[in-house]
Design a protein. Sequence first.
Lengths: 964, 110
Amino acid sequence: MIETSSLLLPLIILALASVAAALFGIPSLNKRLTITQVCWLLALAPLAALILILRLVPALNEDAIFVWTWAWLPSLGINLGLYVDSLSALFAIIVTFIGILVVVYAGQYFKGDQDAWRFMAYLLLFMTSMLGVVMAGDVLTLFIFWEGTSILSFLLVAYKTQSEEARYGAFRALFITGGGGIALLAGLLFVSSVAGGTDFATILSSGDVLRSNEFYWVMLALVAFGAFTKSAQFPAHIWLPGAMSAPTPASAYLHSATMVKAGIYLMARMNPALGFTEEWFWLLTLTGGVTMILGAYLGFKQNDWKALLAYSTISQLGILMILIGQDIPEAYKALVIGVVAHALYKSALFMVAGIIDHETGTRDIRRLGGLRKVMPFTFFAGTLAALSMAGLPPMFGFLAKETLLATAVHPSLPPLLSEVFRWGAVLAGALMLAMAVMVIWETFMGKPKDDSVHGHEAPWPMWLAPAIPAVLSLYLAIAPGFKDEAELMTGAAQAAFGDSEKVKVYFQLFHGLTVELMLSIGAITLGTLIFVFRRPIRTQMDKILPNASFNALYRWVLAGIDKGAFWATRVQKGQLRTYLVVMLTAVILLVVGLSPSLFLLGWAEISLPDLSYQGEIVVLQIFATLLVVGASAASVFLRRDFNAIMAFTASGLAVALLFVLAPAPDVALVQIVVDILALVILMLALSRLPRKQRRAAQELTIAVRKRRKIPMPDLLVSAAFGLMITAITFANLSQRPHVTITPYYEQFAKSMTGATDIVGAIVVDFRALDTLLEISVFAMAGLGISMLLFHSAQKHGDEGSQMDDPLGTKPSKFATFGIGGVRESAFIRVPSYVTLPLAIVLAITQIMYGHDQPGDGFTAGVIISLAIALWYMVFGYQETRKRLPWLRSSRLIGYGVLLAIVTGAVAALMTGSFLGNVDFTASWHFMPKGFHISSSFLFEVAICLTVLGSVAHMLNTLGHPRER
Amino acid sequence: MELLTAVSIGLLFATGIFQLLRRNVIRSAMGLMILANGVNLFLLTTGAYDGTSAAYTTEAGVHSDALPQALILTAIVISMGGTAFVLSMLYIISARYQTADMDEVDNLKH
């Protein structure tokens, strides 16, 4: 294991290249360079990445493994990691090498289309993701890149956004691979939790633990499902032909050489951890086998170059999947050779298909023909690649097929399956050969079939791009002395096999007269026969099941989802009360279900209250408790809403009494002012509901009662919830005293914050950030109400819109006196006048001494607001606004929050902690006793301003009297 | 006494939820406020210990637990803001649907 961050470099280079491609979308750059020139430049990025990876190869051949980890979310134990061994490097080389060719090729393909920068940006970003998939060293890293390839594949397939077909194909591909991705994530997380780590090093070394786990098959199914969807295995293969509506460079890259190999890579990577079991063997062999035959069969039917290549890719992927399923070293030799051979010839063929499409305007082999003369270089590249695909000697594809057949004759297979497998492989090979020869023959040989189709040779970089992998297909097989390559592939096969000794990869075409060779000859003969009789065979194939396709399955799944959504929405009644009942029931079931033991706690020490006289407080407590419960119960039974509100307020005051007895004077004070505020606001809201509606609602309440119909579900839910809370509270109370951090606050309140009021110290100092958020919430409530009632209402033409000055910024010119233009009696007016200044004085005192006495900025704000509410009542809305021009709610809120943040920031500068305690006047001797202008004081002022603004908003909007 | 407290808080919750589920919107709002009271009292019971004097460093005797009190302060303020907001929403509903009956407001599903 070698730890090196240089592994990141190829990924960063490719990502930057993608950004560079996107920058080419800027018009001024776009005008200066052609897309072809840009692609030449962009091709340097995969080239650099390739070189960087190739530099690792010598060390990899010495069995080194390169890793890199970075703690991403250390608290959750989630890392980003890279892991490069021979297997990763082999795939990374394919990704970057084909990447160079495709970028250059795309430059020619999109010649003249200056908007293709979008395609290039996607393509390079895809390349980054793909490289990330094969280099990932951690399951989560793998998953992120994996999803990246799915999404970018979507963008590339749907590149021609105007085309309905492209969008449909892209969605289908995303739907299938994305669904697989979710399964994969679940599977990989499952695997990591069993293995005890998310990094591959841990997972790969815990194969025995994983295989012996009783949920092994779940992990296997999930991971395999992800890999199968990505690698287009039956029945998820349907997305691949649909994805052919992508521009050809994308097809050549994503859908032959790289993305579809991600599943292969993943399964090969996981083989040491999950492989070597019966389930693994059967799952992969059967899926791969069906895919192999089906792909070859359907491929032979096609007339479109790209469709034919897509199906042959499916078939080839099936073969690779079979190979991973085996537990013999030869299979892994076949796997690595197969992966490389396929990447080379299939990308070449796709690029040839793109050239033909580009130069002649069609890809239909029924219309093409005789192109060898006009397109000699393309013909040459295509033929070489097709020979490799056909598996004919002396091509690399022949090697791949040889090794595959060697696997097929392996004696460890059950006898019957062995036969099926062998003949399946021969048949698939024969069909593949027929397909390859047919597509070349029909296109380049014979005479032109359609006079309207004219071809001419592509520019040299365009045909060179497929020619390079095509020639390599030949060269790798016949040229001797590729020691490093062979060693790398050996290493890759060993990594996939999980055993470093058994697999040896060597490139040798002729092994003597073996069974494999005989089978190979059989396949070639059969394939030649199929090719010769292609016309009658293809006609026959069209007759049997002409529309055989598994798209029906996909459509069925989609229709099922739609139907499920339809039924799910039927359940929604749209009545809030019903939802509430469901939610509350769920809460009850969850709490009771998850902690049934909670309900047994404390019942042993049950005791009656001690009523002997030393406990006079207990008597008061019992009185207050009964008052709380009785008054709130009364609010249910009282018929008139007004009376019910009164009862509720009484209950709130009794709660305040309980707080006093706790003893918790700060809380009691706040409870009292809030209770009064609630009364005012409830009354205002009540007055805003039209009387007719209220009466209707009230009659409803009465009617229900008259019919003596008890609302059973509501009653049951309320009772159950009450019981649950009772049990929890009782358990809570009977467990006391328990451990707490209060002693810390008690100890440091004075020394750290200068406050004798511990509660106040916690609110404005220890947990000041909480309080800042709290007043922000309160401010938002005020602003939200104002928005709802003025702006939203205005938009919908509701009644509220008739009110003036939305944010209370400008008092109206038309002053009225009191409500309805009638002055109140002076006996009421004068005390009301006095109330506001008194309230302000009271509030200032609260703020000044809040640190040592009950009261704080919040109560101060509410007290002033209540006085204002009184003014509204007595003087009327208009007059109040005129007399109090400073009462601009939104500004007050703004000043308050700003002051809080500035105070916090200054404190942060001075003490290092936001809203930390600073006494700005510590050295001033002339300050009144017990009063300091400290950060806490300023914070209290800020709270007061914010609360005042917010409550003023509530009163303004809810309480705007309709002065008629 | 513990049992009495527990039962009364349970009753407050039950009353609050029952009110919340009424069709009359004003009653629902009241239910929410009763629930808030119940929650605040419940928070008080989460104190680690009982005290006989207020939580001031200048007071003698065992102080009551200051931490839940601070939490209640926050809770009161936020529930007040929330209730006011809910009330304004109820008002909007009543203005737009021309009713104070929750069951007639079932347009959410459309």
